[in-house]
Design a protein around this ligand. Sequence first.
Ligand code: TRP
Ligand code: ZN
Length: 887
Amino acid sequence: MKTDTPKTILLSEYTPPAYLVPSIDLEFRLDPHATRVTAVSRMERTADTPADAPLVLNGAGLKLVSVAIDGAPVGPDRWLQEEERLVIRKVPAAFELTVVTEIDPAGNTALEGLYLSNGIFCTQCEAEGFRKITYFPDRPDVMARYRTTIIGDPAVLPVMLSNGNPVADEIGEDGLRHITWEDPFPKPSYLFALVAGDLALCESPFTTMSGRDVSLRLYVEPRNADKCEHAMASLKKAMVWDEQAYGREYDLDIYMIVAVDDFNMGAMENKGLNVFNSKYILARPDTATDSDYGGIEAVVAHEYFHNWTGNRITCRDWFQLSLKEGLTVFREQQFVADHQSAAVSRIHDVRVLRAAQFPEDAGPTAHPVRPDSYIEISNFYTSTVYNKGAEVIRMLHTLIGPEAFARGMDLYFERHDGQAVTCEDFVRAHADANELDLGDFFRWYVQAGTPEVSVETRHDPESRSFELTFTQTLKPTPGQPVKKPMVIPVRTALIGADGAPLALRLANEAADAPEADQTERVLVLEDRVTRFTFADVAERPVPSLLRGFSAPVKLETRAEDADLAFLMGHDDDAFNRWEAAQTYAIRVIHRLIADAAAGRPLVLPADFRDAFARTIGDDSLDPALIAEALTLPGESYLAETMTRIDVEGITAARQFVRREIGRSLEGLLLEVFDRLAAEDAGKPYSFDPASVGRRSLANLCLAYLGAPGGTAGLERARRRFETADNMTDALGGLLVLADQEDALSQPAFDAFYARWKDEPLVVDKWFMVQATASRANALDHVLKLMEHPAFSMRNPNRVRSLIGAFAASNPRGFHEASGRGYDFLADQIITLDASNPQIAARLVGPFKRWRRYDDQRQALMRQALERIAARQGLSRDVYEMVSKSLA
Ligand code: TRP
Ligand code: ZN
């Protein structure tokens, strides 16, 4: 905890390390409250460093036992112990440094450094957790070879793991087990890991493309040994895919994954020893939903892909975080698209981007994909760095094409293997491999904010020409008042009246130009205004723009409702069919909000309902895509589309549309639901795209049917909840019951808890469904749940399921006009900041948009933020989020 104003770290102040560490020997004498860590490092002054430069080591919350140089104790006269540093004067050019520290894993509630989760010792070192273990230059451009000895009681800790391979294992004279691990690959301290505890092992062999045998090992708490199969299968798929798609294979003899219940994020790619939030490993059909299965496949792959994009080639400094995260998310997205429906997976990417990244880019904590300053780096594991970062890589892929991208990646791996590099290095590899100038493209890393692109069309029947004029604007963001135009790839087709895409010949191209017969082209916007004129266009076509969401921009379309309905039915780009449905739904909801505000009666437009009905009834479509197209835009994204967020208006209009669709299309929805339910009846659960699609469409039908509260829907929801053999369908039923009055919902909640109280990940769902249920007294329910014996502030998943879910996904409850929801969240942030600052800082999220609400809510949210800001001893994490929100 810091008391004075925390310092801002600047990219412009980066300096290379003064001392490098070729190797380190670590010894951990494990004890829950007093673990003794002995670190013996080789230290070497770099050529550019003056001889009198002190050795500066990072360290936080450490009890320093002793320091020695080349075996000789160093007294306090030669070192200065500051709050987060140890500065040693008069050190030789090359020497061996021995530091002994003592730490308290059991008392570590921040879950950073070495901590205990259900009795399992585990570490989390990214970004700056290694400094909570020992004094060390804890920065990613210092890469060392690690040798780690773990000493512990084998009866209590039968499994003791660290990075690399075991090289020695014996029972010492102390009766304890001493096991030594060695990792041959130099790595930054953030990739160090240690795990020790009573764990069950699930093992499976893998042979790499070059014929090397690798042992894949999944460690879980013994009671979870029956929930590993899917994660193991996902890991193998990821390994095969990286070999085929990028020519990258695994490089150690063992690949270990450990699942723990207490974890701040999703998972961590420590070299050879990933540590995972159990949410992203454990799955059994009756405990995990399709979305959980999908999440596991994606996250297991993500961490595996980091072995090349992150570990073999790492970041020079934390400003470059997107170098590994944006690229790895992109690789993860490609992998998922290759294994599930490509269109559905792209839709998911875009949903995440719009729900989380667009608001961030438009708010007080907007920052570039490569930030240029931070107070606490943990706050920069953001949707901008991850998801927009992935979009930037995708645009590069689109602009230069897959072959050029592959050449760029090959050069990147070849040139930088074993190095700690920057985002410039990454883009330069692509430029050099293909002899391109990507200078203007680099603005995507440097300028924050979501570009807005508007488009005007003009058809001239006489000259048979069709013009598209694009105008881009980028609003100021904090610290960036003036912006340059971005390089924006707009994947484009023109759909003719018969529903077929036209050949796209630009007016200045010859009729036999090689590109002239293509029906899809990438138009590149490089200036504020860019115009394209197409030749041979006899009739006014309907443009299909930004296909596959080819750039992370807000496209303002002037298309008419009829054009959107037409695209919903005819666009040959499945993503854009979905997009047309979304745009249409947003439009309808906006009009309903305006009608409600003006006191006009609400009516669901018949054309919209009919387009909806045609999509449901279209047998030629993949059920998964139908479900996506008919899922209404979420409240968060809807809020993002309004200048002044109308909380009640959004909720009421969205509810109205759900209810009206449920009522007016009841027959059709019942028919589809009953058909899908019958098709799946009696079949064992399978996580394949077709089955997932059927379940998701069936559950969507059920959600519409349940919305008006009619008996047909509720009966089916109850039956599904009670009889389903898989969690996806059971939850589909429960979600419908959850929105009904207490007399209907409470018995379902009670039954669910009674059945699942011993499965933490299912209990998380139980909290989440209640926290997000749209009911009049939502906050009172949440307050009651805070007192439930199963609730704990110490477990991040539990905190996210109840407090996080309520604040982010229950607008009706959180934004209650009284401001009680805001007071509640502020209280929880303050409480949590004392034990887990990273999680506390994440909870500030829902407050960040406060300036976009009505005057009364603005005042109340601001008060809540100010109350937090006024606290003494705030963590850097919460201080940064709150002060930036108020600035
Ligand atoms: N590198 C991890 C990933 O994206 C992220 C991560 C895991 C993390 N745990 C963390 C980041 C704790 C900050 C703090 O795969
Ligand atoms: Zn990652």
